[in-house]
Design a protein around this ligand. Structure first.
Ligand code: GN1
Ligand code: MG
Length: 357
């Protein structure tokens, strides 16, 4: 730690692990001159940290410009990258890559949402984020992880994991595997919409889980969207879907009592309302129609990803106990099942908001 922070001319500091991300290592660094967030970028997963940081820099600068035009608080509403003493946006040390960000004080994030109003505000913030980046030149962004939300590719990787059965755990998850295989035709849904030009490619965050939005401790309003590692070209349904799977339920991602894991219609509707409002009701009807599928497919894809990792022997996500990935996969599968059961009610939510446009 000393070596890295020395590159930022930080010599006296207190440092502790921070947050509960599944991929990068994050530390809170306190100094006399301010508090920072130090992150080690997991380069096994993000193969090109340099390109990742180029995306990060461009998006931060772009957002700062917009937020300042909107008379917002640039320091609290956007992320600030600290340059090292040589003027670089990241530090490379012993084959590892680190970045330093300003720590945004008096903020927190939810792991589980508490009420519909909060989730409405979450929707508003994620919708607004999309709107702010609407004119960002999408072709300038690198793909930091290839085929990140390409569900058919995720499915192929899953099939390979079943075949290889590296962890010898396949026999323990026959039901989960069957549930996924039974829905194999759906993995192409969003990709087909894109290929048929029903929906368009735009800048998406791609990791809009509930905990990736900072909330102001005093006002309880969303403050800043964080974790910009996967900002890449995508479709709006990805961001809608990831927020729904992580926020439209009153349960944790690794809840083991599955009776507590279900889509709450009121949360779902409030998020949808906020998301569409945040986007200034600018989505086409085809895009609105794609959102319900985003909710289902991204949840399904997440289940596939967790179960793939379980079969591989927990190589990708950080886990705290042997069945952690399996517990996570099961909550996602339960949400997919519940989405199917509530499909007609969910559809009518979108119909209601389509009429307003
Ligand atoms: C990972 O690192 P974190 O916790 O922000 C993952 C997301 C998953 C999420 C599931 C690069 O995000 O795609 O949705 O876990 N990030 C990457 O909680 O794979
Ligand atoms: Mg992330």
């Amino acid at each position: 730690m000393n070596e890295i922070l020395k590159r930022y001319n930080i010599l006296n500091f207190k440092c502790k692990e921070f947050g509960n991300g599944y991929i990068n290592d994050t530390y809170k660094v306190e100094t006399e001159n301010g508090t920072y967030l130090l992150q080690r970028i997991n380069h096994e997963i993000f193969k090109n940290p340099e390109q990742l940081m180029k995306n990060f820099r461009k998006i931060c600068d772009y957002l700062k410009n917009i937020v300042s035009k909107e008379n917002g608080n640039v320091d609290r509403e956007t992320l600030t990258i600290i340059k090292d003493s040589k003027g670089n946006d990241f530090v490379e040390l012993n084959g590892n890559y680190y970045r330093l960000l300003k720590f945004i004080d008096n903020s927190f994030s939810y792991d589980v949402i508490e009420n519909s109003k909060q989730f409405y505000l979450t929707g508003l913030a994620f919708g607004k984020f999309q709107k702010q980046l609407k004119d960002f030149p999408v072709e300038e962004l690198y793909e930091t992880i290839k085929n990140f939300h390409h569900t058919p590719t995720r499915f192929q990787t899953f099939l390979k994991a079943i075949e290889e059965n590296k962890s010898n755990r396949k026999h323990l998850v026959e039901d989960e595997i069957k549930f996924i295989l039974d829905r194999k035709d759906e993995v192409h849904y969003l990709v087909n919409l894109l290929e048929n030009k029903k929906i368009k490619l735009t800048v998406t965050h791609n990791d809009t889980k509930l905990s990736n939005i900072l909330i102001d401790k005093e006002t309880l309003n969303p403050l800043c969207i964080v974790d910009l590692d996967t900002i890449m070209p995508g479709v709006v349904a990805y961001d809608f879907g990831d927020a729904i799977r992580s926020g439209a339920c009153f349960s944790l991602e690794d809840e083991t009592d599955l009776s507590k894991v279900y889509i709450d219609l009121d949360l779902y509707e409030n998020f949808t309302k906020g998301f569409l409002e945040g986007l200034d009701n600018s989505l086409s009807n085809d895009e609105i129609d794609s959102l319900i599928w985003g909710g289902k497919i991204i949840t399904f894809e997440q289940a596939i990803r967790f179960l793939t990792d379980y079969l591989d022997g927990d190589l990708y996500y950080k886990t705290k106990y042997p069945n952690h990935n399996l517990d996570r996969a099961r909550t996602q599968l339960k949400l997919v099942k519940d989405t199917e059961e509530k499909w007609d009610s969910l559809k009518s939510i979108f119909e209601k908001y389509k009429k307003c446009i």
